[in-house]
Design a binder for this molecule. Structure first.
Ligand SMILES: O=P(O)(O)OC[C@H]1O[C@](O)(CO)[C@@H](O)[C@@H]1O
Length: 484
């Protein structure tokens, strides 16, 4: 697990910016020199400093040696380019799917406009332009515009501001282009990718199903499920997607095999929090979902265990209001997954799908009302003010499980804390109830480590925080804080 990620330096410039267009392709030495010069020019034009993110600063593209810079410079342009390529390639299919026959020409024209808007967004990203207001029919338009207008002047663009804001803004804008269209309203740029994250992982889904059929009601089994679930989080920063499959397979073979990579494990505290020996009352667990596919299936399996072992009598799932960060779960993905599983040719898989659907019917599983807060740029400490209903609904829960990297970054306001800082201190007062975090570490944001652990890992591999090779199962005791 230690090696696979290429160095960021090697990857920077993978996606050349608009002004990086190179006339000479044939001479590799010349190319490299030119690319170095262009990069230096880019950095000086946009005031990029050759530093890592300083301690206690928020992640930002202005620090060249940060993962934020690499994401803005290389990863996000690639995402936009891929969307443009898909739209161009699937044009006829999309027109046939979304527009009535008589309107095919109009739909084709509209698709061209959407492609143009995405290209423009890419240009704005690559030239550090200020964030633009939302001017269409977006239901969260006002909230977004207020947010943008309140950003200090120097933090209102892709590279100057907090990278959490930049990434969220980019994904929100991207969706607004189809949301405000006539023909493509219900189109999800990433639907096919998301379907593949499930369909291509049927072997793993079957293996996980078999592995978890006869399981005891014990802290050991519960701890295993938490590990399986944490490793099921998709590792989008990995250079090789096959690595993820291998890792998940390895975890099912021997769940302890990856223990040295789990740098915080509070499984026992989480178990105690849900302890089924305590008098039975409403025990609701909320899961703030992250990605589709094998990960979502593994979320269902964890939820199934909570219900069947009476650790919870309801599990409420929170999905995104619209397509988000490529593979995040929307309501459509959630329902599509259950339908797909329940109709699968493999008897065991279809039984699982039917069982989960039945749980949904019986209210053991529930879809939480859709909240635009999850697709806002806000860190979670501002939930109480920005979405008080959501906050009070989480207060009804015994435990809220936050899945994945983005949720972690929002819990910690995208701030580069000292890694041994106590987690509850980093939440800035956000503790509606007990909190559990399952996360693969994919950026320089972390807290709650034992003294010296972060430093030791950095000595071993300076890239450890951006590899996705390490994970945490963290717990913050809401009861201790508020005496519930
Ligand atoms: O799906 P997850 O686990 O939330 O990961 C997505 C996040 O991880 C990163 O890829 C790395 O921090 C971000 O670009 C993005 O915020």
């Amino acid at each position: 697990m230690e090696t696979s990620n290429p160095s960021k330096e090697a990857l920077v410039g993978e996606e050349p910016s608009e002004e990086d267009e190179e006339p000479v392709k044939s001479d590799p030495d010349h190319s490299q020199t030119l690319s170095r010069v262009l990069r230096a020019e880019f950095d000086s034009r946009y005031n990029i400093v050759d530093l890592q993110t300083p301690l206690n600063a928020f992640m930002s593209g202005q620090y060249k040696k940060s993962f934020a810079y690499y994401t803005l410079r290389s990863r996000l342009p690639v995402i936009l380019t891929n969307v443009i390529d898909t739209l161009t390639r699937d044009k006829s299919e999309l027109v046939a799917q979304f527009a009535p026959h008589d309107f095919a020409q109009a739909a084709r024209e509209e698709l061209k406009i959407v492609i143009g808007l995405i290209s423009r967004l890419k240009y704005e990203l690559q030239t550090d332009k200020p964030f633009q207001s939302f001017t269409g029919e977006e239901p969260d338009r006002e909230a977004w515009n207020t947010f943008i207008n309140h950003l200090p002047n120097g933090e209102r663009s892709f590279y100057r501001g907090c990278s959490l804001h930049a990434e969220c803004y980019l994904h929100r804008k991207l969706y607004s282009f189809v949301e405000n269209s006539i023909f493509l309203k219900s189109y999800d740029f990433f639907a096919k990718i998301k379907e593949h994250t499930l369909v291509d992982r049927m072997d793993d889904i079957l293996a996980l199903t078999k592995h978890t059929r006869r399981s005891d009601n014990s802290v050991e089994v519960f701890g295993e499920l938490l590990k399986i679930n944490m490793w099921s989080i998709s590792n989008d920063v990995s250079s090789d997607p096959e690595e993820d499959k291998k890792l998940n397979f390895k975890v099912l073979q021997d769940v302890g095999a990856t223990d040295e990579y789990i740098i915080v494990n509070h499984a026992e505290e989480i178990w105690n929090c849900l302890d089924n020996n305590k008098p039975k009352k409403l025990k609701q667990v909320d899961v703030i979902l992250d990605n589709t596919g094998y990960e979502l299936f593994s979320d269902f399996v964890l939820a199934e265990y909570l219900i069947e072992k009476a650790l919870a009598n309801k599990v409420r799932f929170h999905v995104k209001a619209h397509p988000w960060f490529v593979t995040d779960v929307t309501e459509r993905d959630f329902r599509w997954t259950l339908e797909y599983l329940s109709q699968h040719a493999d008897y065991m898989i279809s039984l699982m799908g039917k069982k989960f659907l039945q749980f949904l019917e019986e209210g053991k599983f529930e879809l939480a009302p859709v909240s635009h807060f999850w697709t806002s740029p806000h860190a979670f400490y501002s939930m109480l003010q920005a979405d008080p209903d959501l906050y009070s609904s989480l207060q009804q829960s015994k435990l809220v499980i936050f899945k994945g990297e983005l949720n972690y970054r929002k819990l910690l306001q995208d701030v580069c804390w000292n890694s041994s800082q106590e987690t509850s201190a980093c939440l800035r007062g956000f503790l509606p109830t007990n909190i559990c975090v399952l996360r693969r570490v994919k950026s320089e944001i972390i807290c709650g480590l034992e003294e010296g652990v972060g430093e030791a890992l950095a000595t071993k591999n300076p890239q450890w925080m951006v590899s996705g090779n390490y994970g945490v199962i963290q717990f913050v005791d809401g009861a201790r804080e508020f005496g519930y």
